[in-house]
Design a binder for this molecule. Structure first.
Ligand SMILES: Nc1ncnc2c1ncn2[C@@H]1O[C@H](COP(=O)(O)OP(=O)(O)OP(=O)(O)O)[C@@H](O)[C@H]1O
Length: 541
């Protein structure tokens, strides 16, 4: 049913036209069968051939129109779903996405959407088959009410037994979908941990037999049980067809009088109906799989919608100059598995100004990166306030607030095209920065596209710095940027690049462990277990 809603969301009018043409096609098919039955019973009229040809033509045209409409609709529905899901992910709070996990997001965006797109393609054909069945049933009803009532009663009971089998199969498909998430995680482990797995035979063997093989076997068993149940259902429905024909031929005539033309009409129609019925049953397992995928997508889509952030920047165009950025009693907590193990950052009171070079230091796990995500507006404070020039940052203006920052995180992502910067001198400027960052011999930039990103980690970080440079925003934040740089470039970073940004009036926040450069800062903030141990101004001689 949800799949039909997916189509309806795309266009109600087109769905209505498709249903109408499908019904005409089904009704006309039934009329054709009636005509054949009447011809077989010896009732010929002079223009029967023309009538027959006209009916066949109407069936052809209507089923083509119906299927073309539904194919377009189904593909459009999948297109919209892909965009909606991607938008949903883009507009969800970072913390929520971190909690969902990369594996779950990727399986849904790839596997579930792929399952849906192949199934939605089958829907048009199922619709035409249903229309034919409906048309044929109408015809059977017009032949004899008594026989029709018996047939419908039989079909209801038959459908009940088939539904039981489908429910069982669906249960195993749902379990198989959970296995799919687990398998996807193992595949990510193979790709991301390939070096560690190759270097340690016992670890590799352990991972293979205890993790991957077990999950793959469970997935195989659940899928096999589901498919076998569908196969039993399909064969059972075939048998039910023959039982019905047998009852109509040999059983019912013993109880009530049935005219031979009515009987032949029923037998002819059911023989014809076996084809569309079989086709629908064959597609049932595909439909059930899609229904499980859609449930998963909708569930994720709903949670995404519920957590949706306001991503508009309307009414807040001034992303340039500011004079004060304040954090007042700001806190953030990561819920731990054990109540006492929760990490809590803050409450913190910090104020930053333009032209300040601030080092944020502290031991591993002291909360530096968490503070970076809070300052940049990626995490929403659990309590306290962030204010920019006295303006409190809320859900309405958080997107605008984030546009003040250029950041290179320690787990940065490097795009192979410089996105979102429209500057006429762009390539020339980028080329100059490439030279400054000593990368011009390795990378070229044409129309914003980087010639390569296949570089060393340190060089890739320099490219990320280049993007930050080009963004030309008022607050810069670098999370352990220099940790991968050689001593010469590290020196250039601290003594030239940072000071140059400061001279331009930027606020520069640097998370660092390089204590022999701390004297260059205007201020050093040290964190310890989520609290400020000291916030020290450096007096320059
Ligand atoms: N995604 C997360 N989910 C749960 N807890 C987290 C998450 N990220 C960090 N933490 C916890 O928060 C604490 C602070 O982490 P954070 O990354 O901010 O420290 P850090 O000072 O940047 O450390 P490092 O110098 O090692 O990069 C750690 O105890 C960590 O266990």
């Amino acid at each position: 049913m949800n799949l039909i809603w997916l189509l309806l969301r795309a266009s109600k009018l087109q769905v209505a036209i498709a249903i109408l043409t499908g019904l005409v096609s089904g009704g006309t098919t039934a009329r054709l069968i009636a005509l054949i039955n009447s011809a077989v019973s010896g009732n010929f009229t002079s223009n029967i051939v023309w009538y027959f040809a006209a009916l066949a033509f109407v069936v052809l045209i209507n089923s083509i129109i119906c299927q073309v409409l539904l194919i377009n609709l189904s593909q459009d529905a999948v297109y919209r779903l892909r965009l909606r899901l991607s938008q949903g992910v883009l507009s969800s709070p970072l913390r929520h996405l971190e909690q969902l996990g990369a594996n779950q997001l990727m399986t849904t965006l790839t596997e579930d959407v792929a399952t849906l797109s192949t199934t939605v393609y089958a829907i048009p054909f199922i619709c035409v088959d249903i229309a034919i069945i409906a048309g044929c049933l109408l015809y059977l009803g017009s032949l004899s009410i008594g026989v029709f009532a018996f047939t419908i009663g039989f079909i209801m009971v038959a459908l009940g037994t088939i539904q039981l089998l489908i429910n069982r199969a669906q249960h195993f498909l749902t379990l198989a979908r959970v296995d799919q998430d687990r398998l996807f995680k193992h595949f990510s482990t193979i790709v991301d941990g390939i070096k560690e797995l190759k270097l340690h035979a016992a670890r590799r063997q352990d991972f293979f037999s205890q993790e991957l093989q077990k999950s793959a076997a469970t997935s195989r068993d659940h899928n096999a049980t589901a498919l076998i149940t569908f196969s039993i259902g399909s064969n059972w429905s075939n048998l039910l067809f023959f039982i019905l024909i047998g009852l109509l031929l040999f059983g019912l005539p013993q109880l009530i009088a049935i005219a031979p033309s009515v009987l032949s009409g029923y037998i002819l129609t059911f023989t014809y109906l076996m084809l569309p019925m079989q086709s629908i049953l064959d597609k049932l397992q595909q439909l059930s799989r899609a229904s499980v995928a859609l449930q998963k997508i909708e569930r994720m889509g709903l949670t995404l919608a519920a957590q949706k952030e306001d991503t508009g920047t309307r009414g807040h165009k001034d992303t340039g100059i500011f004079s004060t950025l304040e954090l007042q009693q700001v806190t953030h907590a990561y819920p731990g598995e054990v109540e006492d193990s929760n990490f809590i950052l803050g409450p913190l009171d910090l104020t930053f100004h333009p032209g300040q070079l601030v080092f944020i230091v502290g031991g591993n796990g002291s909360g530096k990166s968490t503070l970076a995500k809070l300052i940049t507006g990626l995490y929403i404070p659990e309590s306290g306030q962030i204010r920019l020039d006295g303006k409190v940052i809320t859900d309405e203006n958080r997107e605008w607030y984030r546009q003040h920052f250029s950041v290179v995180f320690s787990d940065f992502y490097l795009f192979d095209r410089i996105l979102g910067i429209s500057n006429l001198d762009f390539d020339k400027q980028a080329q100059e920065y490439l030279q400054q960052l000593q990368l011009s011999h390795k990378v070229k930039i044409e129309n914003g596209k980087l010639s390569t990103t296949a570089l060393s980690q340190g060089q890739r970080k320099r490219l990320a710095l280049l993007t930050a440079y080009l963004e030309n925003r008022s607050i810069y934040l670098f999370d352990e940027w220099a940790s991968d740089q050689d001593p010469v470039f590290r020196d250039i970073f601290y003594k030239e690049i940072l000071l140059n940004l400061k001279q331009q009036g930027k606020t520069v926040l640097v998370i660092s462990h390089d204590d022999h450069y701390f004297h260059l800062a205007d201020r050093v903030i040290k964190l310890d277990y989520g609290k400020v141990e000291y916030d020290q101004r450096i007096i320059k001689s």
